[in-house]
Design a protein around this ligand. Structure first.
Ligand SMILES: NC(=O)C1=CN([C@@H]2O[C@H](COP(=O)(O)OP(=O)(O)OC[C@H]3O[C@@H](n4cnc5c(N)ncnc54)[C@H](O)[C@@H]3O)[C@@H](O)[C@H]2O)C=CC1
Ligand SMILES: O=C(O)C(=O)Cc1ccc(O)cc1
Length: 302
């Protein structure tokens, strides 16, 4: 028995189009409707047949939906929820895929009072964006973290969990604030560091851009992949998860200063001790099968 028969996906970029492709592949009888604010994305979605139907308004896309999956940048969640509120069936469940949760839960509850909301974060993605970047296997064996507000109907939570399990994901549940602190250090800070280091390298005056490209070693190349991630999406993540990111950044800056001091004063033992500790972290990730050597921060266990 499928958890939902009529699913609407709003925002048909990397994640939204991966959801529609995965639904098609794994739950072919589900009726899929899509909407995107960008007319050129709607045209592409129709041309490549991402959904059974692509509507020209958010409201029209949800009229007979059982489940609405919001796949827009986190800063747009509240506005899009308000746009569709009047047309949402009373018994429809709303979920989202946003990379941070506390601000999204607050925005969705304010825009959709009385609606059952089961927020989700599939911890899976790439640096690509747009409707052609998605793929049906994106969520296979990846974690999907649910952050339902207190008092959410357990049956609704289980239906949304079952939806994501059907798409290949494994489910974890946690409070939105805890999610935001965990992801601040495992995903948001690494992106911030990548944006910074690639920016620093491209600003250097004595090193040309062609030298940066020509001599980029593996580590720097991995950073350039992450730093190619969507600017709108990541601007929204940092503004929405402000407190947790600033907190982790403070800790990171202190640790970086300690390393700076160790290098300045030739404290090789301090450097060695840290590098030994970090090597052990990497080894335990590999041992647990959480990495298959592909450069993807967001991987779950394979
Ligand atoms: N990119 C990634 O690796 C991951 C992203 N996420 C989350 O997924 C969400 C979507 O990200 P992506 O698919 O990567 O971005 P994307 O840029 O590929 O797609 C977003 C789509 O939303 C549309 N959109 C923006 N505002 C809208 C509005 N008000 N109404 C309707 N459509 C609107 C855009 O036109 C675009 O087509 C974000 O909340 C992000 O935090 C979650 C996991 C991984
Ligand atoms: O491309 C990568 O390495 C990622 O880290 C993908 C990613 C980006 C944002 C998320 O919320 C989850 C996963």
């Amino acid at each position: 028995m499928l958890p939902f028969a009529r699913v609407t996906v709003i925002g048909l970029g990397l994640i939204g189009s991966s959801v529609t492709r995965a639904v098609r592949a794994r739950m072919p009888t589900v009726r899929l409707t899509g909407y995107d604010a960008d007319p050129s994305v709607r045209d592409t979605a129709r041309a490549i047949e991402l959904c059974d139907d692509v509507t020209d308004t958010a409201g029209a896309s949800v009229i007979d939906a059982d489940l609405v999956v919001l796949c827009v940048p986190v800063g747009a969640m509240g506005a899009v929820a308000a746009e569709l509120a009047a047309d949402l069936p009373a018994d429809a469940i709303v979920t989202d895929v946003g990379s941070c949760k506390a601000s999204v839960v607050e925005a969705l509850q304010a825009a959709l009072p009385g609606t059952t909301i089961v927020p989700a974060h599939p911890v899976a993605g790439t640096e690509q964006s747009g409707p052609e970047a998605g793929f049906a296997t994106l969520f296979n064996h990846r974690w999907c973290i649910l952050t339902p507000p207190e008092g959410t109907d357990p049956v609704a939570i289980e239906r949304v969990a079952s939806f994501w399990r059907n798409l290949g994901a494994e489910i974890e549940t946690m409070a939105p604030e805890h999610h935001d602190r965990v992801l601040a250090v495992t995903s948001h800070l690494p992106h911030l560091i990548a944006y910074t280091i690639v920016g620093t390298a491209s600003d250097l005056e004595e090193v040309t851009r062609s030298e940066v490209i020509k001599y980029s070693a593996g580590g720097f190349r991995d950073f350039t992949r992450i730093a190619a991630s969507d600017p709108t999406m990541w601007r929204d993540v940092f503004l929405s998860n402000r407190e947790a990111v600033l907190d982790m950044l403070q800790r990171f800056s202190e640790d970086l200063s300690a390393l700076q001091r160790a290098i300045r004063w030739g404290k090789g033992d301090e450097l060695f001790e840290l590098f030994e500790r970090t090597r052990a972290v990497r080894r335990s990730i590999v041992e647990e099968g959480q990495d298959d050597a592909a450069p993807d921060f967001g991987r779950s266990h394979e």
